[in-house]
Design a protein around this ligand. Sequence first.
Ligand code: AMP
Length: 423
Amino acid sequence: MSSSIKIPRGTQDLMPGQVEKWQYVENKIRDICARYNYDEIRTPLFEQVELFLRGVGETTDVVQKEIYRLETKGEEKLALRPEGTAGVVRSFIEKKLYGAANQPQKLFYIGPMYRYERPQAGRFRQFHQFGVEVIGATDPAVDAEVISLAMRIYQAFGLTGLSVEINSVGTIEDRKSHRAALLDVLNPVREELCEDCRSRIDRNPLRVLDCKNNKCQTLTKDAPSILEHLSDESKEHFSTVLSYLEGLGIPYNVNPRLVRGLDYYTRTAFEIKMAEIGAVETLCGGGRYNGLVAELGGEDSPGIGFAFGVERLLLALEKQNIEIPVATGIDCYVAIQTPDAKGQAFVLVDQLRQAGISAEMDYLDRKMKAQFKAADRLEAKFTVVIGESELANNTVVLKEMATGEQQEVPATELAGLLSSKLS
Ligand code: AMP
């Protein structure tokens, strides 16, 4: 290739060796979801841009700065999905799942998301999220189940030192009463706040509390807490969620400044953090979104969910020196001693594969020594050699690599013999 076309910034090639780790992680997540009775849903990687404007919120960083809009020949204005909830909720409405007998709907997804962000360690432009959505129940037990599911998954991988930060951002009504009190504190210091916060004051002042900038945090340290403006119902909901978490032995930290970047949260908002992960703040974020289904044109239905980054989970495992078990190696390498045996080897490899045995042979007409090296590289448990006399007798020489044990067996019996030795 004369021109040097490179991988786009903020994306990664997952190479053989790494992919197996991803598969392990995904399989484990799928297994745990099954135990919790969550079903997988796969929605398109792109959607009408309007879905994200309404579903994520026009005032959010994700929509304001990070969305990848697609240029297409058609009339539709499309964008790559920056997160999974909006697509799942769109699908829930379109498929009329609120009519389904099995309520609440408990769904999960794993797949790539796209955000035009400044790439850094643990932050990519194409990244992968695993997420769940439970739609159709307001029960605080569901909030606690969703939070505990995320925690139990991390724990199943062996991660320790995780903390759940939790808050209630109230209902839209609760936030109205808080807003006035908040603006009394924010307006006098408006000019000293960072540029993002200055625009947040008008759009969604609650988000100023969540700003990571030290100066903004100091300037707003006396800001009124949303928790003091919750209605009795919201308070009750919050304290019930907390008591369920206590019942499961899941430690949490109430953080009244936790707001989350997306606009649609109501009541419970939470994040899961790991101390050692450093520059990368959170592993997982989620919350309740009781207004979202109606906002997107569906029958009013409450919902709650979370999303976590798969890259960040892998990073966290690496930080805690947790090895992901990856199966390597093949069962059998078929070496060809004489060119005449190639056709026989080709058939044999096919028979082994059909019998459920992983098998490989030489395609480069290599000498025996090089073929044995290839077998070593592939970590073959057995090698089979077909030379002239074996070809004449329709046999093969089978060698078990671990023991060095060797035997001549009829070619037709090889698959059966290997199957029993491997089981
Ligand atoms: P959010 O959808 O912004 O609430 O993010 C939920 C989780 O997704 C975060 O806690 C991260 O684990 C992960 N995540 C979000 N943005 C990125 C990104 N740009 N690169 C990698 N992971 C991300």
